[in-house]
Design a protein around this ligand. Structure first.
Ligand code: SF4
Length: 427
């Protein structure tokens, strides 16, 4: 067993990668490794990669070169989606000491330590993970992979098909997180609405089972596909104090023609009705959407349709992604690619719209009261947290606030944060 070896990890990409990195670090800790920051001296640098965009690949290559230059004797482990996307003769592999794809990556500490790995564990369909980085909130992995094969996406190829955690394991992990003092859990996966597929159990069944356990936790649902956000789920969030009024729903485009070309599973009409249904049941809900600009063959008119749609919808935030060509994705072979300058222009327009929408949403809650969970993160003498409906809030730092839920008055908008006055602590 290694003693006093230093390991650092840098994670790119989705919340699932972050949850998995946290679990990998715990395994290193159990083997007496010292966990250090990626900017410090380490014996092993782990890069947990993402390959969703060409920019993510570029960042990974830069990180590998940075480590090689700064610390030539250190070993490098490249893990995650990019590895599954690399050709066998890729020059990156020469620069790494370990390259583990999604199937093996969770066993990196065992592999480094040459520990025997039971074949059945190695081939297990679902590998659990949760994060405990900030001691207040945890991203809990409940599902992995995807069966949808949207035309622009490589995830089904690099992470494999949809699979889910056992419900008893999720309940055990929630007990563990409560014991650790965690106050908020975000259910995370690649396509979480697909939870339980092939098991005769739905995502809504899971949420209703959890809601009956009365955990002392706040829950959030991470990104969920529009066609899988059922009435049952909306009703549960509307009626429960434990499930936060916060939805992240990937729309991806505002034109039916492009949605069809992307092979998405809903129409604009369905999506609009869904958003109004949520706002009718939960008027305070924070709704964020992912959108892609510059998908092949996106015309000015398609883009204008998307802009007009988003401008009028009661949504609070947009995650804007310029389309990125990925060799594994079907859209790589599509015609009529959109030039980079037009993608940039369109991204800028939607990012500006998103800022306006967020500001409007935040402004509409000024001078109202809300409940905030304070995080361990401190900056410039301020402590930060989120309201139930995902408004970013700050107040003057007080160490006693960490991991407490306070009733606050939302007083003043300062850039993209609301400064709050504490009324009283709840827990
Ligand atoms: S739903 Fe589509 S975009 Fe999302 S992971 Fe699956 S294939 Fe990719």
């Amino acid at each position: 067993m290694a003693v006093n070896k230093r390991v650092a990890i840098h994670t790119l990409g989705c919340k699932l990668n972050f949850a998995e990195s946290s679990s990998i670090l715990n395994k290193f800790r159990q083997r007496q490794y010292e966990i250090v920051s990626f900017d410090d001296d380490a014996d092993i640098y782990v890069i947990h990669s993402c390959t969703v965009t060409a920019t993510a690949d570029k960042k990974t290559r830069q990180l590998i070169n940075k480590v090689k230059n700064a610390n030539p004797k250190a070993k490098i482990a490249l893990i995650g989606c990019m590895v599954d996307n690399l050709s066998q003769n890729s020059s990156i592999l020469e620069k790494t000491d370990w390259a583990l794809g999604n199937k093996e990556k969770m066993f990196l500490p065992e592999i480094i330590e040459n520990e025997a790995i039971n074949d059945s564990i190695f081939n297990s369909r679902f590998i659990p993970a949760f994060s405990t980085y900030d001691r207040t909130r945890s991203f809990l992995k409940i599902q992995d992979g995807c069966d949808y094969f949207c035309e622009y996406c490589t995830i089904p190829y690099v992470r494999g098909r949809s699979r889910s955690a056992e419900i008893k394991d999720i309940l055990n992990q929630l007990d563990f997180l409560v014991d650790k003092g965690i106050k908020e859990v975000i259910f995370t996966g690649i396509n979480i609405g697909d939870y339980g597929v092939n098991q005769n159990f739905s995502f809504a069944d899971l949420l209703y089972t959890i809601s009956k356990q009365s955990y002392p936790l706040r829950f959030r649902i991470s990104s969920i596909e529009p066609n899988l956000l059922s009435d049952e789920i909306i009703e549960l969030v509307a009626s429960s104090d434990a499930f936060m009024p916060h939805f992240h729903i990937p729309l991806q485009h505002g034109s039916d023609r492009i949605l069809q070309s992307m092979k998405r599973r809903y129409t604009i009409d369905y999506f609009v009705k869904l958003i109004y249904k949520i706002k009718k049941s939960i008027p305070d809900a924070f709704i964020a959407n992912d959108v892609i600009v510059g998908f092949p063959d996106e015309t000015d008119e398609d883009f204008r349709n998307m802009f007009d749609l988003l401008k009028d919808l009661p949504i609070a935030y947009l995650h804007v992604f310029p389309y990125s060509d990925r060799p594994l994705a079907n859209s790589f072979n599509f015609k009529n690619k959109i030039p980079a300058n037009i993608k940039k222009q369109r991204s800028k327009i939607l990012t500006k719209l998103s800022k306006e929408k967020q500001e409007n949403f935040y402004n509409s809650f000024l001078n109202t009261t809300s409940k905030v969970l304070w995080e361990a993160k401190i900056e410039d003498d301020f402590i930060y947290g989120y309201t139930e409906n995902y408004i970013r809030v700050a107040t003057h730092y007080d160490a006693n606030l960490i991991n407490k839920i306070s009733n606050v008055l939302l007083e003043k908008l300062d850039k993209n944060i609301i400064i709050a006055k504490i009324l009283n602590d709840e827990k």
